[in-house]
Design a protein around this ligand. Structure first.
Ligand code: NAP
Length: 273
């Protein structure tokens, strides 16, 4: 029951219809018996600043921002944590005493998903394919996790070079990937390759070690990375865990409670059917 005590939360995206966050966050509020409500708002980029100001004025307690607002939203914060400053984007805002605090829980969601799946990062070599916002969070997570060496490759090479300089990792053209694959223990698809049915695997993965792991950030499509992992009998994971854990970390920032991620996975599986 909504009343004058209800704490309000929102996700801002453009588009936002695909977002699982309203179902996930509202289910957690209900489970924890919190008088809170979470709503999706489709916000055009030109209206982001006004929308954030309006939510602040209306006394909202928390905001998620999703594509394409994750970088722009940083400009409106009073405070950004260290990780989000280095990654260059946020996905979670907490509003307290009229101030906006920004966090990036994509990176922490990815890190804790790897830990929960016993994927070792420390001392290992990894390849990140992609050079967008997801890749930035993944690279920060791998660096924080103590990866020995990180390669980045991308469809548009200059974008990989830019990130490589920024994060002090090594950029590699797609045609060179097969040379370094045998030493990679973790291959992350942080690109949108696989979102379209026609997307093909950008590089061969048949010379990958049998102890390697493939992690695809995409969770709602049978991507070429997942198909190749199955064909080559390589351990693989898709992005559901990251998605749920980024939401769980946001929930913890807002409420102080670690929510039930298992029930969220069941809900996500229903949502995707
Ligand atoms: P983004 O900032 O728009 O970056 C897109 C990246 O994908 C760029 O590197 C782009 O390369 C590359 N790309 C796009 N289409 C491609 C194709 N057909 N073949 C090869 N590369 C392609 O997007 P993002 O935020 O990084 O997200 C990337 C993917 O990760 C999306 O599918 C998103 O849904 C997923 N994601 C999942 C989670 C999760 O919680 N599971 C979190 C974040 C992102 P160019 O530089 O050449 O354009």
């Amino acid at each position: 029951m909504l009343n004058t005590e209800t704490k309000l939360f929102a996700v801002l995206g453009y588009p936002v219809k695909h977002s699982f966050s309203p179902q996930m966050q509202n289910a957690w509020f209900e489970k924890e018996k919190l008088n809170c409500a979470y709503m999706p708002f489709e916000v055009e980029p030109k209206n982001l600043k006004k929308t954030v100001e309006a939510l602040k004025l209306l006394g909202f307690s928390g905001i998620n921002v999703t594509i394409p607002h994750k970088t722009e939203a940083m400009k409106y914060l009073d405070y950004a944590d260290k990780a989000s400053k280095l990654i260059g984007s946020i996905n979670t805002i907490a509003l307290k005493n009229g101030k906006l605090y920004g966090y990036n829980t994509d990176y922490s969601g990815f890190s804790s998903d790897l830990i929960s799946k016993n994927v070792k990062v420390k001392g290992n070599t990894a390849l990140v394919f992609g050079a967008g916002g997801g890749a930035r969070a993944v690279i920060y997570a791998l660096k924080s996790g103590g990866a020995k060496h990180i390669y980045i490759s991308n469809r548009t090479h200059k974008n990989a070079v830019k990130l490589a300089k920024e994060f002090k990792i090594e950029a590699l053209s797609v045609s060179k990937i097969s040379d370094i694959l045998p030493k990679c223990k973790l291959i992350v698809n942080a690109s949108a390759c696989g979102m379209k049915k026609t997307d093909a695997l950008p590089f061969e993965i048949n010379n990958i070690g049998q102890d390697a792991v493939i992690y695809d950030l995409i969770y709602n499509k049978p991507t070429p990375f997942v198909k190749a992992a199955k064909e080559n009998k390589i351990r693989f994971f898709t992005g559901e865990g990251m998605l749920i854990k980024q939401g769980a970390h946001g929930f913890k920032i807002w409420t102080g409670i670690c929510p039930d991620t298992k029930s969220a996975l069941k809900l996500l599986n229903k949502f995707m059917r």
